[in-house]
Design a binder for this molecule. Structure first.
Ligand SMILES: C[S@@+](CC[C@H](N)C(=O)[O-])C[C@H]1O[C@@H](n2cnc3c(N)ncnc32)[C@H](O)[C@@H]1O
Length: 733
């Protein structure tokens, strides 16, 4: 990887050039810190008053809230049992401490009471299972209060290993409304940096114990930002994710193998169009937008947003669902884009009424009327009134339906979230369902499919009767096919007779249900170092599309070369891929450990002195008799929770271990190690950063109890790299 990025450096897209231009503009603007920025912009206020996005009686509240700093929001992820256990820890230990230790203990008690009330973590009522929270956590709080400092560090450490996702509250809404099921084929068209992709991956894996047959293709036009997606996807270790790098407006079609074995065009069950936007809904987080906001921004984005949405519904299957979202308040980027699609598709798609799907969410219905406005703040009710000099900026397709026609489009089904409604950012979401093939798709189908070129070109007769945008052919506009692939490292799948496979299969006692053809490496020649695993569906996509689609990454690292003489296999297990491979690993390499053993193994961080086998529980020692030296799996199965009401709450933890000649050790990244210790109820204070320890008396005084912190461990842990498992825990001996 990486070579390709260099090679394509000069190939700058329109969006990249535009961004470069914007940055130039930025360079001219005086640099100001966020605190210094005056949170005012008369044009912004005039424009949104004109558009009537907020009732008059709420306007002041709206303007006051949008100038305030945004609260922190996060959600707990992972399997149901793990998420529930972690939720218990957050609500118990961390939230309680914060409420007992307000950030300014020297203030008078009335002020403290008010502060406690304001700082109370709020459970987001519309997010399932009480797993998403919002709280006012300022830098000042983190600096001054030990309880907030520890909460903050806890959130960071659990985010690192993918058990918590910090994400703006409103940004959690689009994936929820997509109604994802484990078998869905999902396309995230503008995915970077990937907070919604992460949520989609979680939703795909939501059913404990069932391996999803669906997948997520996460795409972004920006090559550098695609690597943010790689990082994001790695936190979730899913073998059902593919990352691609294309302009979503001209996203190429994917080919897949159909149930009858023939190649067909892939249509997606779910599409997320979280399009690039002016971002004025994020003013609370990005106050620099106050300095640059103007009406032209929204107008200029309407075109690309429409093209991406249009391509999104083309790639959607009939019966499938698409969510269009922006973090903009501007109707030109929102309802106008949706209206344009509804006009163009002539009843083939419709807005879905999702009013009952997010109980407790406060929002306003979509606008049915808006005023396209030129840079000089003149609003127009008809394109005929637009002066020639503004006609490139205010386009005919931007106008709202006439009052008589408005009812046909159900634009009120769109969801607008204003910041003051529940102390969030501003957001827009529309849910679209595809009822039948689009007019130009249907027309193309009616033609004998002589060539793909012809099919993608659409039907001239239909085009003659259509709106201007219909004339844009169906499918991606870039017809030139790449025949030599892209310059990422290759994706080389094992064949059934891969020479490496028998030794891995036999050593790990792997079930024949796991096909070696789902394993791949990223090199054609030389010694294979890492072996990745993908689902069957993802394998099919990679194999059928690697020449035409710019694939950036896929697969989860499952085996790593480890030429250790004491092990009868050249590869050890990798923690990242363990959960994918685990169902296939036989009893020969599994050790079921007690909680006390697990804590002992995890807490040991001295590679030279791993826990001796004879210090472990007799039941563990008994199993060890039959397990040869080398990489293995440690499994801990918690007690059933009788208060669960029949729900799955039995906590099961599995991690990579190492069976030495006389010892056993856990072989997991430090962040996972701390996470598992927390779930076992062990003391993890030695891993937690705690600057308050510099003056232990302060810590003692504040909490009323001694807090055990090992400063040396702390610094060492900070330097540890999650990826470098070997460096972290020592090469097994
Ligand atoms: C609003 S952000 C997406 C945020 C993302 N969905 C998330 O939740 O983290 C918009 C993204 O669209 C990408 N983008 C802009 N133009 C695009 C295009 N024509 N095709 C695909 N991606 C595009 C940008 O690089 C940016 O990463």
């Amino acid at each position: 990887m990486g070579k390709g990025r260099k090679a394509r450096k000069k190939d700058r897209s329109f969006a990249q050039k535009r961004r470069a231009k914007e940055n130039k503009w930025d360079e001219k603007a005086p640099r100001q810190s966020y605190e210094e920025i005056v949170r005012e912009n008369a044009e912004f206020e005039n424009y949104y008053k004109l558009q009537q996005i907020c009732p008059d009686e709420e306007w002041e509240n709206f303007m006051a809230t949008i100038k305030e700093t945004l609260p922190t929001a996060f959600r707990i992820t992972g399997s149901k049992s793990e998420a529930r256990a972690l939720l218990g820890i957050v609500k118990g230990k961390f939230f309680k401490d914060c409420l007992l230790n307000p950030s300014q203990p020297d203030e008078n008690s009335q002020k403290i009471d008010k502060e406690i009330e304001q700082k109370k973590p709020i459970c987001l009522p519309w997010y399932p299972d009480g797993l998403a929270w919002q709280l006012q956590l300022t830098r000042k709080d983190i600096r001054r209060s030990e309880a907030y400092f520890r909460l903050h560090n806890f959130l960071i450490s659990e985010t690192d290993c993918g058990n918590i996702s910090r994400q703006e509250a409103v940004s959690m809404i689009p994936p929820l409304l997509l109604d994802v099921k484990p078998h869905h084929k999902i396309l995230d068209m503008c995915a970077a940096p990937g907070s919604k992709t992460a949520q989609l991956i979680e939703l795909l894996h939501a059913e404990d114990g069932r391996f999803p047959t669906g997948f997520v293709i996460a795409n972004d036009i920006d090559n550098n930002r695609c690597y943010m997606l790689v990082h994001q996807a790695k936190r979730f270790n899913s073998p059902c994710v593919v990352i691609t790098n294309h302009d979503a407006a001209v996203m190429p079609n994917f080919t897949v193998t159909g149930t009858d074995g023939t190649l067909t065009m892939l249509k997606f069950d779910r599409v997320l169009c979280d399009v690039p936007c002016s971002g004025d809904g994020t003013l609370r987080k990005n106050p620099d937008i106050w300095l640059k906001w103007n009406t032209a921004n929204g107008n200029n984005l309407h075109g690309i947003q429409s093209r991406i949405l249009r391509r999104g519904v083309e790639m959607l299957s009939v019966g499938g669902r698409l969510v269009y979202s922006t973090c903009s308040l501007n109707p030109l980027e929102n309802e106008a884009v949706i209206h344009r699609l509804l006009v163009d598709t002539r009843g083939a798609v419709q807005l879905v009424d999702v009013s009952s799907q997010l109980p407790g969410l406060k929002y306003r219905q979509g606008l049915v009327h808006w005023l396209p406005t030129s840079r000089d703040m003149r609003g127009y009710t008809s394109y005929n009134d637009v002066p020639e000099k503004w006609q490139t900026q205010v386009r005919p397709q931007m106008f709202p339906p006439s009052p008589e026609d408005a009812h046909k489009f159900n634009l009120e089904r769109c969801i607008r979230i204003l910041p003051h409604q529940q102390d969030t950012g501003g957001f827009f979401v529309a849910v679209i369902e595809k009822l039948r093939p689009l007019p130009w798709e249907a027309a193309a189908k009616a033609l004998p499919a002589e060539s793909e070129e012809q099919e993608q070109g659409g039907n001239e007769k239909d085009a003659a009767n259509s709106t201007s945008e219909d004339k844009v052919p169906w499918g991606p506009q870039r017809k030139r096919r790449r025949t030599h692939g892209y310059k990422e490292d290759p994706f080389v799948f094992f064949t059934e007779d891969e020479p490496l496979w028998p030794s891995i299969r036999d050593f790990y006692d792997i079930d024949s249900l796991l096909s070696p053809t789902c394993l791949l490496t990223r090199c054609n020649e030389g010694k294979k170092k890492n072996i990745y695993f993908t689902s069957l569906a993802v394998r099919d996509i990679v194999i059928n599309n690697h020449l035409t689609i710019k694939l950036i990454n896929t697969g989860v690292k499952s085996f790593v070369r480890c030429d250790n003489k004491s092990m009868d296999c050249a590869f050890r297990l990798a923690q990242e891929g363990l959960h994918s491979i685990l169902p296939y690993i036989g009893p020969k390499r599994k050790i079921f450990v007690t909680k006390a053993d697990l804590i002992k193994l995890l807490i040991n961080d001295d590679p030279k002195f791993p826990p001796e086998a004879d210090t472990l529980d007799p039941s563990t020692q008994e199993q060890l008799k039959d397990i040869s030296q080398g990489s293995c799996v440690l499994v801990y199965q918690g007690e059933d929770n009788p208060s669960s009401g029949g729900d799955i709450t039995r906590l099961t933890l599995a991690m990579v271990g190492w069976r030495g000649a006389k010892s056993v050790r856990a072989y997991v990244p430090i962040s996972d190690c701390v996470h598992y210790l927390r779930l076992c109820g062990a003391d993890v204070s030695k891993y937690e950063k705690n600057k308050f320890i510099k003056n232990p008396s302060v810590a003692e005084e504040k909490s009323g109890e001694k807090i055990a912190v090992d400063n040396e461990t702390e610094v060492k842990d900070e330097d540890r790299n999650e990826e470098e498992e070997v460096g972290m825990l020592g090469e097994p001996t």
